[in-house]
Design a protein around this ligand. Structure first.
Ligand code: NSS
Ligand code: MG
Length: 432
């Protein structure tokens, strides 16, 4: 008998093999002179049976609580009624940590979500959270894989910044040795500086938004995959974002079918995700929504409720593009052929999930940028180094930001973004 066997490999060890399994007590019941322990590890769950005939081991098993950790040694046996069709006939428990009574029982697990958020440091052990975290890991890996295999350099931007990227109302102010600083809302401006060196750059990092409302798709700290490309335009952003998102979904379908199934996530909507995504101009979106009962005027923003209804008209993510300049940040380049609009694009996830990507072309002309900063009643001095980029070898360029937690929420079919990451932050949650 060699070392330790992961739960997922017990069946492969074959009936009659003697194995050592390490893990935690997921469930435990005593019937008919036997103790049935369901052991979980990072790969799954397996039933382990302790017979009263083995007195010393039975006593050890009797002590165990839910979430006690243990090593169980025993023989593999086919048992169709056990999870996975196999169980372990335990011959020894050479190691265990009994611990305290676990504070989350099956009723609590169905209890109010605030309690489970207070206990998130323990709830991360649940099978649902374990499945989400495995899918999340696949998603982060797929993002790195796609960018690296498409010629992008991974770069890093600072978390302490001095000017708003996405508007001043969601800045977290920081006292930086007596100077006013903010937590970054987006790495975009730094990526725009870096394209003059590396041309195609990306980063995955936290972004911070002082969102004063608790909604099901807003966090105050979220994970942001951002990219910037020299010489690129809006057309390139359509292509890049749809290929990236399709690649991510493909990797999840390849690697996490069991996890999606455990979450009860139907995979058909994900199997539809293939480029090209439908392109929906803002004007057309307004028409669709007003036919659905909304009363939107040209120039109105398209918020979560509108996005939800709009996405239910499609079976794929969509590119919602050419927003009016007043609903987008100052840096968006206006469309020369229709100056009241911008060369912007949001990618909306289907099934009502809405915005997962925001991006588009940036203003690369010096005077155009200064004029728009002033037109937006912003102070050019706050953007001095950003404006500098337009003095020296400026080029057309475009980029985007993907909200990774929102992408996880959609792909996993979750009701709330708080369940898309291990330790969520919103306006009323700072711990665990
Ligand atoms: N490099 C860029 O071009 C990014 C650009 N400066 C930017 O930050 N755009 S964005 O504000 O739409 O945010 C981008 C995405 O970031 C996500 N996002 C944006 N804000 C949040 C909050 N509060 N919580 C969770 N996720 C959030 C959401 O998916 C957005 O589509
Ligand atoms: Mg946005």
């Amino acid at each position: 008998m060699q070392g330790f066997t992961y739960v997922k490999d017990v069946a492969k060890a074959g009936e009659g093999s003697l194995v050592n399994v390490r893990g935690w007590v997921y469930r435990k019941r005593v019937t008919g002179g036997k103790i049935f322990i369901v052991i979980r590890d990072s790969t799954g769950v397996i039933q382990a049976v302790v017979s009263r005939d083995n007195e010393s081991v039975f006593k050890k098993a009797e002590q165990l609580n839910i979430e006690s950790s243990l090593i169980a040694t025993g023989y593999v046996r086919k048992e169709p009624r056990a999870p996975g069709g196999f169980e372990i006939q335990v011959t020894d428990i050479p190691w265990s940590f009994v611990g305290w009574q676990f504070p989350i029982n099956e009723d609590a697990a169905k209890a109010d979500s605030e309690y489970l958020l207070d206990m998130r440091h323990l709830w991360v052990r649940s099978r649902r959270m374990q499945a989400v975290l495995k899918i999340r890991s696949t998603i982060f890996g797929a993002i790195h894989e796609w960018f690296r295999s498409n010629g992008y350099y991974e770069v890093q931007a600072p978390m302490f910044i001095t000017s708003a990227v996405e508007g001043g109302s969601t800045l977290f102010e920081v006292n930086y040795f007596g100077e006013k600083a903010y937590l970054t809302q987006s790495s975009q401006f730094y990526l725009e500086a870096l394209i003059f060196s590396l041309e195609k750059v990306y980063t995955i990092a936290p972004s911070f938004r002082a969102e004063k409302s608790r909604t099901r798709r807003h966090l105050t700290e979220f994970w942001h995959a951002e990219a910037e490309v020299a010489w690129a335009g809006l057309e390139d952003m359509f292509t890049v974002t749809e290929n990236l998102i399709s690649h991510i979904v493909k990797r999840v379908l390849e690697s996490n079918l069991e996890d999606l199934s455990l979450l009860g996530r139907k995979t058909e909507p994900l199997e539809n995700v293939k480029p090209p995504f439908p392109r929906v101009p803002y004007d057309e979106a307004i028409n669709i929504l007003n036919k659905k009962g909304f009363n939107l005027k040209w120039g109105d923003d398209i918020g979560a409720d509108e996005e939800r209804v709009l996405t239910l008209e499609f079976t794929q993510p969509i590119h919602l593009h050419h927003f009016p300049e007043n609903v987008k940040a100052f840096y968006h380049r206006n469309d020369p052929s229709k100056p009241s609009t911008t060369l912007s694009v949001d990618v909306l996830a289907p099934e009502g999930y809405g915005e997962v990507v925001g991006g588009g072309e940036r203003i690369y002309d010096y005077d155009e940028l200064i004029n728009k900063i002033k037109r937006f009643n912003l102070n050019p001095e706050d953007y001095q180094w950003y404006i500098d980029l337009r003095k020296y070898g400026s080029v057309p360029h475009a980029g985007f930001g993907l909200g990774v937690d929102r992408l996880v929420m959609w792909i996993c079919g979750l009701d709330h973004i708080r369940d898309a990451l291990p330790f969520p932050r919103d306006m009323r949650r700072l711990k665990p």
